[in-house]
Design a protein around this ligand. Structure first.
Ligand SMILES: [Zn+2]
Length: 153
């Protein structure tokens, strides 16, 4: 099993918490072969794997690895959206259906309390997320029912 060393990884600080970004080949190894980072395994490879299938197609998304609040000596994966103007933000990727035209796809919603486990100040992080520009339905340009800041093709 490969053990990646933190010192070799790209580090990002988001909401006061360290995230580590692996290159795509390393992510595949962590997900498929059970590699570890600094001796600790990843929590829920399957969940991270689902997110990774989407993340790898878009240059403005990254899969970040962090320790979370109750790390239990494991890494947790979180999707990070890189807003050109406003930096990196945590988002929850979720399936959405446009209530106006019926478009179906994946959107990034930053207003999910759970993804802020490990942040310095959840309330503050939530307020920061609310400053992001919402994106509308790519088909009919109407706003979504949820706060979407990223939308897939
Ligand atoms: Zn629509």
């Amino acid at each position: 099993m490969v053990d990646y060393q933190l010192t070799n990884l790209r580090r990002l600080v988001v909401d006061g918490e360290d995230f580590f970004i692996l290159d795509p080949i390393a992510v595949e190894r962590v997900l498929l072969e059970g590699a570890s980072i600094d001796g600790a395994l990843l929590f829920s490879e399957s969940l991270a794997g689902v997110a990774w299938e989407i993340v790898k197609k878009y240059p403005d998304l990254d899969l970040g690895f962090h320790r979370g609040l109750f790390s239990r000596n494991k890494w947790w994966a979180c999707v990070l959206f890189n807003s050109e103007e406003k930096g990196h933000h945590r988002v929850n990727l979720q399936n959405e259906v446009c209530s106006n035209c019926g478009w179906q796809g994946v959107i990034g919603n930053p207003l999910q309390f759970e993804i802020y486990a490990g942040s310095e100040d959840r309330e503050k992080a939530f307020e920061r997320a609310k400053q992001l520009n919402p994106v509308n339905c790519p088909n009919c340009s109407e706003p979504f029912q949820v706060f979407a800041v990223w939308v897939g093709e």
